[in-house]
Design a protein around this ligand. Structure first.
Ligand code: ATP
Ligand code: MG
Length: 782
């Protein structure tokens, strides 16, 4: 391609940014305005201007982004030239340099890179060795403090002298952090290992202490480009500065509106500071959004008006006006997933779209479960990005291993997985001995621990005792399996096995996400049991039945992460959606307690970061942006009544359509709902509280009172229910409209049987047609 043609594919401001080669430049612009495009074209332009590919260093936020940029440049200048570009994440690029220069900083070139789990386990060991209380010093928490320090280039020696840090540690009753940090760093070095943050810190030190090396790379990289600059941390900025001191040939692009990694040490002020670091930095602003329709851009802008800390921007789109954002409230997380699947099919037909044109974005990973399940049922191919499929996550596999062993004690993999999880002092040596005995006698591991003497298991008395405790534990569950329903037994297993005690005490983000996953898993079990009861399949509600259902999910899992070319719906957290674009975006779970994250509630600064996160989510959409929230959701051990996210109030109401929950079923109620969502003064004032359905339980004879937590904290609901029974049951007739707790709005099509055993066939708005056994069904009559 010729230079002229290249430049003709850019607008005036973009072109100016691309052509500027005289010094440092900064492109600040809203989402979708072509920042990444400017970088891509600028690299192509540099190549046309005589730079060699190896002269150029381009830093991206993810490896995926690097790959995409490289292939785009390949199409502009030819793949064989693009191949030699230095392009990747900070971590990947500097790891390569560190290998080459390892000797300068006392490392061997074949050093290991510790991942999060490695770091944490080392920290755990150190805490033990220093005889510190591991309830106060939790490995994840300690690690995040060390990591924060590293991202700010605070070395162990600096840390020990930093009064502010030390006094903060004393306040949190962790005065030994500094000592742990020092030991940790020594251990890493002794093991010839670097953790993730070291890849930055040690690069910085390498350049700081070895002028010749710094000079070599500063000369080598004749031009440096950085995407998503708003999310770089202090260490990363310092490295860039080290490389561009003499020759400020650096171009960074970013959007302060999209700064969403504050919790990991990124600093929104980076962008503001850039002009101070590079005195003559040229500032470019891009204001035209090419990605999204006008309505999407305006809605995103209206949201951001509620944030105080920002560089004012005026972003516009000349694309079609498009449709407004739509909020689709659901009755439950289950119905939410159904609404999304239904919409995917609707839009595919209307727009001739493909699965890969859709993304489902959520705040936390655990939210993927209900969507995965529904898409499996409906045969919609999907792919989870930047994370594991729900059923592949460690805590879920652990609990399923318990279930498997209980259902089939000969399951060797399950046995191996949980024999010492949670830790009960049964080590690998013992396991090896069990394996040996099992092989020798041709029996299962389980058989061996049931009759250890008989199979000549050679372990000491203490171990024998531990094995017997384990055997008794599993046996007690086995006895309960045919008697209590899967949900109840599942809850008990999680508690009695010690899993609860293992993952609940910690408040670290990682532990919280594991807790959320377990809660979500239990919610799925509850759903399973209730669903079967309602269908009148009361003899299929046990753990073995549940396993059968779930085995299918976990088996097929591998294909959801496959690299094949089939078009798939993308599922990911908003954090991993940065920089991407999709024709249709669903932003799900827009509820208080999910989004904004409850962790942010106490800090205005963090609340602003949450709002920016929603901005990132909305601006991923090209044509359709659909928001959902659910009214009932299982969280922290109970069914919770959720209210819609406060952020919905921040979006200009003129740009947000609120779809009625009852749409199409009853128009008079429609207006009622729409009014409550989109009215002006009392728009969101306790919308859900006003419309709380009266719970109707046709009988109170249900054995499991746990399942009765339908409307928490509302004593009225449960008292109403018994008195409502006769009247409402009598009132239920063909044509009645009901509000079901999980399936939402539906119309009764048929009633069969009498009394307790009445069955209703109900056609739901989003959930299709279901048969419900009234004695178990949870609904109210509208
Ligand atoms: P984000 O902030 O989300 O990372 P961005 O500013 O990096 O967004 P890009 O991804 O570069 O934006 O561009 C958004 C979309 O608009 C892309 O599909 C890009 O190809 C297209 N686009 C940008 N500029 C132009 C242009 N001048 N002509 C045509 N299409 C453009
Ligand atoms: Mg971009």
């Amino acid at each position: 391609m010729e230079e002229k043609e290249l430049l003709s594919q850019l607008n005036d401001s973009q072109r100016a940014a691309v052509e500027y080669l005289d010094g440092a430049s900064l492109v600040i612009a809203g989402a979708g305005s072509g920042k990444t495009r400017v970088l891509t074209y600028k690299i192509a332009y540099l190549l046309m201007k005589g730079y060699e590919p190896w002269d150029i260093l381009a830093l991206t936020f993810t490896n995926k982004a690097a790959k995409e940029m490289q292939s785009r440049i390949g199409s502009l200048v030819g793949a064989d030239r693009a191949r030699y570009l230095n392009m990747g994440t900070f971590h990947s690029i500097f790891a390569r340099i560190l290998r080459r220069e390892a000797a300068h900083i006392g490392y061997n070139p074949n050093f290991t890179i510790y991942d999060e789990a490695d770091s944490r386990s080392l920290i755990k060991t150190i805490i033990k060795e220093l005889q510190l209380d591991d309830k106060i010093y939790k490995p994840a928490g300690v690690h995040s403090k060390i990591s924060m320090a590293k991202n700010h280039l605070i070395m162990p020696a600096d840390y020990a002298l930093d009064r502010e840090l030390i006094s903060r540690d004393i306040d949190t009753r962790q005065p030994a952090i500094s000592q742990i940090y020092t030991t940790y760093q020594q251990r890493c070095q002794n093991a010839n290992a670097m953790d993730f943050d070291d890849l930055l810190v040690l690069t910085y030190i390498l350049f700081r202490d070895h002028e010749d090396v710094r000079r070599k790379y500063a000369d080598h990289f004749r031009f440096i480009l950085v995407d998503e600059y708003q999310d770089t941390n202090y260490a990363q900025q310092c490295i860039i500065l080290q490389l561009t001191k003499e020759n400020p040939h650096v171009c960074v692009v970013g959007d302060d509106y999209q700064s969403i990694y504050g919790f990991r040490g990124a600093n929104i002020d980076n962008i503001l500071k850039f002009s101070k670091l590079y005195a003559n930095a040229q500032l470019f602003k891009l204001e035209q959004n090419y990605r999204s329709t006008q309505h999407i851009v305006s809605a995103a802008n209206s949201l951001m008006k509620k944030n105080e800390r920002q560089i004012p921007k005026d972003v516009f789109s000349t694309n079609a006006e498009g449709e407004k954002l739509t909020l689709k409230p659901a009755y439950s997380d289950k119905e939410e997933a159904m609404i999304v699947c239904k919409d995917i099919k609707r839009i595919m037909a209307a727009d001739h779209a493909q699965y890969c044109d859709f993304a489902i974005l959520y705040r936390t990973n655990s939210q993927s479960r209900s969507f995965e399940e529904e898409m499996r049922k409906q045969d919609i191919p999907y792919r989870i990005f930047g994370g594991l499929s729900f059923y592949q996550r460690k805590e879920i596999k652990d609990i399923i291993a318990y279930f498997r062993l209980i259902a089939n004690p000969n399951d060797e993999e399950a046995f191996k997985r949980i024999i010492n999880y949670p830790s009960r002092g049964i080590g690998n040596t013992t396991l090896a001995k069990i394996a040996e005995a099992a092989r020798k006698y041709g029996v299962s591991f389980w058989d061996v621990i049931c009759s250890p003497t008989h199979f000549g298991l050679n372990v000491n008395k203490g171990t024998l005792n531990k094995l017997d405790v384990f055997r008794a534990l599993i046996t007690s569950f086995m006895e309960k399996m045919p008697k209590v329903d899967a949900f109840e037994l599942g809850q008990e297993i999680i508690k009695v096995s010690g899993i609860t005690a293992d993952i609940y005490p910690s408040r670290e983000p990682e532990a919280l996400s594991r807790q959320e996953n377990l809660e979500e898993f239990l919610s799925g079990m509850q759903d399973f049991v209730e669903g079967r009861r309602e269908e009148g399949r009361e003899d299929e509600i046990f753990l073995s039945d549940f396993l059968q259902d779930v085995a299918l999910m976990s088996d097929l899992d591998s294909d959801s992460n496959g690299e094949d070319e089939q078009s798939r719906v993308s599922l990911m957290t908003i954090h991993s959606a940065k920089g991407l674009e999709f024709s249709t975006v669903f932003i799900v779970g827009l509820e208080e307690n999910i989004f904004p994250s409850p962790m942010a509630a106490s800090s205005a600064r963090e609340m602003e970061e949450e709002r920016r996160l929603l901005y990132v989510a909305i601006t991923r959409a090209e044509k359709h942006c659909i928001l959902t929230c659910a009214r009932n959701r299982w969280r922290y051990g109970k069914m919770e009544y959720d209210t819609p996210s406060r952020f919905l109030r921040d979006i200009d109401p003129a740009l947000l359509n609120v779809e009625s929950e009852r749409g199409g079923m009853d128009s008079s109620v429609d207006t009622d709902y729409t009014a409550r969502y989109s009215g002006h003064t009392s728009r969101y004032s306790s919308i859900y509280n006003q419309s709380k359905p009266k719970e109707v339980h046709l009988t109170q004879s249900h054995s499991n009172q746990n399942l009765r937590r339908v409307v928490p904290s509302s004593a009225a609901a449960s008292t109403v229910s018994s008195s409502m029974v006769s009247t409402n049951a009598g009132n239920l007739s063909v044509g009645s409209i009901i509000e079901h707790q999980r399936f939402g709005i539906g119309v009764v099509q048929k009633l069969e049987g009498t009394g307790e055993n009445t069955k209703a066939t109900v056609e739901f708005k989003n959930a299709g047609t279901k048969q419900l056994l009234l004695k178990f069904a949870r609904f109210s009559i509208v």
